[in-house]
Design a protein around this ligand. Structure first.
Ligand code: DLL
Length: 433
């Protein structure tokens, strides 16, 4: 079912008109209400009258994650804080996290795009949705929740974790849709097998899986284990959370809801537009958001885009799965991790060198495990085992409090982590994704 046929199936010409009108409105709006953009426009010599159609978007300056961090916490809002309805936070590189403010209308917009996403995946009003994305500052849980409500579905707000209880709920309530990270669906399968459950008989027919990279082979695995149709959903907190793009049942790219989020694909080195079909960085512009609209936001996600109409009838452009990042962010159990966050902790702790490596594994296809290998200082190397254990526990606790996920810490001898003459190789990703 197509949730909003008018906007999802609009002719490209009509779509362009809608995008042009909305861009003009958004640019005037931020120019009037957002001191951050007033300054940015002034320093680029741009004013709203320079924007006449959507093609003029290239005249606008880019917005980057550092802009949000430099204006932490509320400096990029376009409305007084008192009118902001909800705040979410996503992990930053070091120091300040990224804060996102939603107006009441933005929550409505979020509900709309997530309703589109559930229907795009094959869901129908009346379906029951088990939301096993984390609820809280992370956008996954609440975004899925709002969308399911808007689409007229029944929500079970499980959040992530308490896996045996999730499985019992699935068996007893028989939800048709499961929304969680793809790796959590595999972890649930392991638990299910442990308690002798026959996964093939699950009530889930549709999976709405995202928030982390996953491959087509992982899709096949999940589909065969759970006997469901696994679809990919993409989004990021700065833009809205989940609901920027979603695969339809043809699974031939993710439909990006471009009447509300305008996509560009650029060469990350030159900032120039990449050609259709060429890989590049996805840049997104809010066309209707009011709490914290962003113009030409550099997502750092590498994708390809096509504007060909899909067999499902939707005319929205489709993006490939996320092919990589332009930075060194990795996603571990759905949580964004930057090596620099770990480095910052190590620099604070006496006894360690800032030489470290992150090893990520997904044992038996289950949940990701992150091991932080840290080099000891020469002077600490000869210390008692007890002291070393204390040091390793301290590092683990501090890293866990920064990242919000469990990690293993392994202290290694001085000068054993390979030095590099160029960019240090901080991450060894052994997951097959
Ligand atoms: O992960 C929002 C989300 C929640 C999307 C639930 C889908 C489902 P952030 O925590 O801000 O927001 O992380 C955003 O995660 O820039 C991508 O690098 C990555 N990401 C999100 N979805 C996918 C996906 C949420 N389907 C960052 N495939 C993004 C690959 C994804 N990477």
């Amino acid at each position: 079912m197509i949730y909003n046929e008018k906007f999802e199936c609009m002719s490209l010409e009509e779509l362009k008109n809608v995008q042009s009108e909305r861009l003009k409105k958004t640019v005037s709006y931020v120019y009037q209400y957002c001191p951050f953009y007033q300054k940015k426009f002034a320093s680029h010599g741009i004013s709203p009258k320079d924007i006449k159609t959507i093609d003029d978007i290239v005249k606008l300056p880019f917005t980057v994650k550092d802009d949000l961090r430099d204006n932490y916490p509320f400096g990029v809002l376009s409305m007084p804080l008192a009118q902001i309805a909800e705040i979410h936070v996503s992990s930053g590189t070091t120091g300040n996290p990224t804060v996102v403010g939603y107006s009441k209308e933005d929550i409505e917009l979020w509900s709309e795009v997530m309703a589109r996403a559930f229907c795009c995946a094959g869901g129908l009003p009346g379906d029951m949705v088990q939301v096993a994305y984390g609820y809280g500052l992370f956008t996954g849980g609440l975004g899925a929740h709002y969308g399911a409500l808007k689409a007229g579905m029944t929500v079970i707000p499980c959040s992530s974790g308490q896996t045996k209880r999730q499985l019992k709920i699935m068996q007893d309530f028989k939800p048709r849709i499961l929304a969680c990270t793809p790796s959590y669906s595999l972890f649930m399968a392991d638990e299910a097998k442990e308690i002798g459950m026959d996964c093939k008989k699950s009530s889930w027919e549709i999976g709405v899986f995202g928030a982390e990279p996953w491959s087509d082979s992982m899709r096949k695995e999940i589909e065969s284990i759970w006997n469901l149709s696994a679809t990919d959903i993409y989004g990021l907190s700065e833009i809205i959370g989940p609901g920027v793009a979603q695969e339809c049942t043809h699974k031939d790219g993710l439909h990006l809801f471009s009447d509300v989020f305008y996509p560009e694909v650029i060469n990350p080195k030159t900032g120039k537009e990449a050609k259709e079909g060429e890989t590049g960085m996805l840049v997104l512009t809010h066309l209707t958001k009011t709490g914290m609209p962003l113009l030409r936001y550099q997502t750092r996600d590498i994708i390809k885009i096509t504007h060909e109409k899909c067999r499902c009838g939707r005319t929205s452009p489709r993006i490939s799965k996320i092919l990589g990042r332009t930075d060194d962010m990795i996603i571990v159990r759905g949580i964004n991790v930057f090596p620099s966050q770990i480095e910052e902790v190590l620099l604070r702790i006496e006894g360690t060198e800032p030489h470290y490596q992150l090893v990520v594994e997904r044992p038996h296809g289950g949940l990701d495990e992150l091991e932080v290998q840290v080099e000891l200082k020469e002077s600490f190397f000869s210390d008692e085992v007890k002291q070393l254990q204390h040091l390793s526990d301290k590092i683990r606790d501090e890293i866990e409090s920064v990242l919000g996920i469990g990690v293993k810490v392994r202290l290694v001898e001085p000068k054993t982590i390979a030095r590099s003459e160029g960019k240090a190789k901080r991450v060894i990703d052994k997951r097959n994704i």
